[in-house]
Design a protein around this ligand. Structure first.
Ligand code: ADP
Length: 246
């Protein structure tokens, strides 16, 4: 579905992705983990086509051969931070329909927006401007906008930032549901425990390289020490796997 082959990327001559191979299939929920500066956001922005990278393939075709409109029908990206604006929540989510819309939104565009708002539990905010809502609510608006895009591949950069505990769980459950529905969900995560609980596959990155890629079987104390430079213990609480720094 989405693949990178020897993906490299440099900012002003400084190489921050040093040949990453990756493949995300339909129905997978993949958490990208690693310390600050590992290249996670850069990697996600390459997958989204925001940065001009060679070596990204979407459904077998080089990403840079897609028109922006065609790509937007397949890939949606939720950035780490969204700027609030004078637009209402409804209109902001409606922007997600742009790759499909003619001059004016159709009834089905409106319905898709309503469904996305409902899925994130923010219908009641529809008529508020995005500069009149909280950071956590704005984060949900951004996710709803991506859902309205009806993508096959959903890329999210730390989607649980700004969210309270309950909303974090809701968003992660939603991500898992979307994967179960057949989408490919790739999410940069800071919260290791949240990732372990909900994602099915983990891509560990450090210094622009892939350190591990796989399911729960790739997790062990040594990997965390290698990637984060922290000694941890991995155990189970209430049937949930947890990583505790020691
Ligand atoms: P992560 O998401 O893992 O924290 P990033 O992909 O944001 O890592 O950053 C990887 C490296 O690239 C860091 O060293 C960061 O300072 C650098 N970097 C990120 N964005 C830019 C930019 N726009 N210009 C120059 N360097 C950048």
């Amino acid at each position: 579905m989405i693949e990178t082959k020897n993906l490299r990327f440099s900012y002003n001559g400084m190489e921050v992705l040093k040949g990453v191979d990756f493949k995300g299939e339909k129905g997978e929920f993949i958490g990208i983990l690693g310390p600050n500066g590992a290249g996670k956001t850069t990697f996600l922005r390459c997958l989204a086509g925001i940065l001009d990278c060679r070596g990204v393939f979407v459904r077998g075709k080089p990403l840079n051969e897609y028109s922006p409109r065609d790509l937007a029908r397949i890939v949606a990206y939720v950035p780490q931070r969204v700027e609030p604006s004078f637009l209402t929540v409804f209109d902001t989510v409606l922007l997600g329909r742009r790759p499909y819309m003619g001059l004016t939104p159709s009834d089905s565009d409106i319905k898709t927006v309503e469904e996305a708002l409902k899925r994130l539990g923010i219908e009641h905010l529809s008529l508020k401007r995005t500069n009149e809502i909280s950071g956590g609510e704005l984060q949900k608006v951004s996710i709803a906008r991506a859902l309205a895009q009806e993508p096959q591949i959903l890329l999210m950069d730390e989607p649980t930032n700004n969210l309270d505990l309950r909303s974090q769980l809701e968003v992660m459950r939603l991500a898992r549901e979307l994967a179960n529905d057949g989408k490919t969900v790739v999410t940069v995560m800071h919260d290791v425990n949240l990732a372990l609980r909900f994602a099915k596959r983990f891509l560990f990155m450090k210094d622009g390289k892939k350190m591990a890629d796989g399911g729960l079987e790739v997790l062990n104390e040594r990997l965390f020490e290698e990637v984060y430079g922290v000694k941890v213990e991995i155990g189970e609480i209430g049937g949930v796997l947890v990583v505790v720094p020691i």
